[in-house]
Design a protein around this ligand. Structure first.
Ligand code: ZN
Length: 268
């Protein structure tokens, strides 16, 4: 990780606002960091723009790889050229959970429209690519506590297969303050069927952090937040088995392992 003071000085000189790079882990649910010559890169199979950063005279594409990606060669379009990168295989463990409220596992017909609208609202943020928001990729944990459920687990709810775990769960008591993981702009606040009280923060170039199951929300749409600003408090709203923070990180509309943004400080 490059010292903040050095980067701050660089920023003064070049007006860049880039704080280091996340970890390179090219697996499903991970990140590929690919050296590129030009600014502007596209993930060809997903037709999505990807983040680009410049470090020490070199440009990099920072590519979020979906959990559903096949291992093997994938392609980026960089200017007029194609640049390949290789995704390595990774196996994630299974997790079997019992949800008492069966409606949260098998929603009623009347819930489906609400769920679809909420998904569209979140997808609009996940697919956004704002170059006017300064890019921050050096994150801190939003709360301190044990990880009760890691990223990527293959999930079975009441023994029915469901989508893999798209974030990590931090087990802390209801009411504990949740801090923004990095500076950004509040892009969504809402009360959602599965995620409960939820906040999404935009950190620039398609990098979004998401905080779910909150007991209360202390910020509003469009608020500018800094790393230590409080977004709200831990709760157990939505589909939960107890109070915890579900924290997700999305890059080019792909939920990736949040640990890759924590640097050497919190990655154990
Ligand atoms: Zn979770």
């Amino acid at each position: 990780m490059i010292p903040r003071l050095f980067i701050f000085l660089c920023c003064l000189l070049t007006s860049c606002l880039v704080f280091g790079l996340p970890e390179n882990l090219p697996v499903p649910g991970g990140i590929a960091i690919v050296e590129i010559e030009d600014a502007g890169a596209k993930f060809i199979s997903r037709n999505s723009r990807v983040m680009t950063l410049r470090e020490q005279e070199q440009s990099f594409a920072i590519v979020g790889i979906p959990l559903s990606a096949d291992p093997g060669t994938h392609k980026l379009k960089v200017g007029n050229r194609t640049r390949e990168f290789v995704v390595q295989p990774k196996r994630y463990r299974e997790q079997h959970l019992t949800i008492k409220n069966d409606r949260q596992v098998n929603p009623y017909q009347q819930d489906l429209e609400r769920i679809a609208n909420e998904r569209a609202e979140m997808d609009e943020v996940f697919t956004s690519f704002d170059v006017n928001v300064a890019t921050f990729t050096e994150f801190q944990l939003p709360v301190d506590g044990p990880i009760s459920s890691p990223f990527g687990l293959k999930r079975f709810l009441n023994e029915q297969p469901r989508s893999p775990h798209s974030g990590l769960d931090i087990a802390v008591d209801e009411g504990v303050a949740i801090k923004a993981t990095a500076p950004g702009i509040v892009a969504v606040t809402g009360n959602y069927f599965f995620n409960g009280n939820t906040v999404l923060v935009d950190h620039g170039q398609g990098l979004i952090s998401m905080y779910c199951h909150m007991s209360r929300i202390d910020v509003a749409l469009g608020n500018k937040v800094d790393s230590d600003d409080i977004l709200g408090a831990v709760g157990q709203t939505g589909r939960v088995t107890g109070p915890h923070l579900h924290w997700s990180v999305s890059l080019n509309n792909v939920r990736v392992d949040p640990n890759l943004f924590l640097g050497s400080r919190d990655s154990d």
